[in-house]
Design a protein around this ligand. Sequence first.
Ligand code: IMP
Ligand code: MG
Length: 180
Amino acid sequence: MNKVTLKDKTFRTSIPYERIMTAIDQVAAKINADFRGCTDVPVLLCVLNGSIMFTAELMKRLEFNCQIVSTKLTSYEGTNTTGKVKQAMGMTADITGRRVIVIEDIVDSGNTIVELKRILEEKGASESRICTMLLKPDAYKKDVKLDYVAMEIPNDFIVGFGLDYDELGRNFKDIYILDE
Ligand code: IMP
Ligand code: MG
């Protein structure tokens, strides 16, 4: 599939599945280097819905005991951020005193991770790190440290591998870019 249409927009292949897998291998190796042999059970915080595929691929590669917890935050409407982050679903388990690795699909403006960091501090996580599959460096203006970044991309709208356009396209195994 070279081109796909979702509602009123056409997208073309941008990052093929194989390249995504290689990038996830590399980021998983870094996390393993930092956490292998740990005596606690770190939490992988899956930020629904976008991170679902990335979380699944990443966790297969992790070589230490870890626990999946999910939460849901929303900020996007169509192809733009609203600038307001809403926690649409609380955390599925108590993370008090735990080390948390936030698993994000993409960091764009950074509003979502700033809010997540605030929530994690409020809930009493002992430490929080950010792991994101994608980063748009030209859009990111916050100073929250991004501990693990699998891939950097230009400031364009993309779908696939969990990312959506109005909830569509999450099922694509490759990543597609808006074709204008
Ligand atoms: P931020 O709060 O602006 O950093 O945006 C983070 C959230 O917006 C991500 O977790 C995605 O759910 C969504 N998002 C940002 N950029 C894109 C994109 O290019 N395609 C689809 N969703 C995106
Ligand atoms: Mg997201």
